[in-house]
Design a protein around this ligand. Structure first.
Ligand code: SIN
Length: 233
């Protein structure tokens, strides 16, 4: 396994790509990359035509990015409990005839400040060889990278952000659940801690006030979409 030919396209997903897969994959392999720390430190706007609109320009949400461990160590992260540099996720192999189409799809979906990097991926099944993967990362110099944030502030922002793709808290809670399903080792304390904090918060008032409104209708279609995707994974 590897990217010996241009058509041999492997993608590593560590955020929404775990539970909301790209189209046209023929293999999905759980595993991890090394040398990075996953954090909800990337701001997400309602950036048409990106797929992940989990905030609005007035109330932007938060999504995950990866930070190189050596750089992360220079930052004042209040969550120092996550010292390991394994980031668990999923590698997808894209059907060769669909590579160009999927790359175009990803370039739109991951438009929110992410740029393309490459990294070795280690499958959870140690009988499988390492894979050279493409990964979308919100690098520290992108304008939507926020730097070290306090977890309670992240949780409160996530809890109150909603955009046309759905609730920002849905993104977090799906990610937590998807991670727990990958391996007995795939727990990520940053994610679990944020999910715990968000569950402890009252749901935003405006969600319960939106019954019958345009937003409520959009929420329903988003949930249905996610259910379809969960059935597939
Ligand atoms: C990823 O899932 O790999 C990138 C971040 C995201 O789209 O949530």
């Amino acid at each position: 396994m590897g990217s010996d030919s241009p058509e041999d396209f492997w993608l590593f997903g560590y955020g929404s790509l775990i539970w909301k897969p790209p189209p046209h994959f023929d293999q999905r392999i759980p595993g991890y990359i090394q040398g990075y720390v996953r954090r909800f430190w990337q701001l997400v706007l309602n950036n048409f035509p990106s797929e992940d609109h989990r905030g609005t320009p007035e109330a932007p949400g938060r999504v995950v990015t990866l930070i190189e461990k050596s750089f992360w160590e220079t930052l004042d992260d209040p969550q120092r409990h996550t010292e390991k540099d394994h980031v668990w996720g999923v590698a997808y192999h894209i059907i060769p005839s669909k590579v160009r189409e999927v790359q175009e799809y990803l370039d739109i979906r991951e438009i929110n400040g992410y740029s393309i990097q490459y990294t070795p991926f280690h499958p959870a099944d140690s009988n499988l060889p390492d894979i050279h993967c493409l990964v979308y990362i919100g690098m520290p110099d992108n304008p939507q990278f926020l730097g070290a944030l306090h977890p309670q502030d992240i949780a409160e922002t996530i809890n109150s952000s909603i955009g046309p793709s759905g609730e920002n808290r849905e993104y977090l809670l799906h990610l937590e659940k998807a991670l727990e399903s990958l391996s007995t080792n795939s727990h990520d304390e940053h994610i679990t801690d944020l999910a715990r904090r968000v569950r402890a918060l009252a749901p935003p008032v405006r969600l319960s006030q939106l019954q019958g409104s345009t937003y409520a209708l959009k929420r329903v279609s988003s949930t249905e979409e996610q259910e379809e995707i969960e059935k597939e994974v």
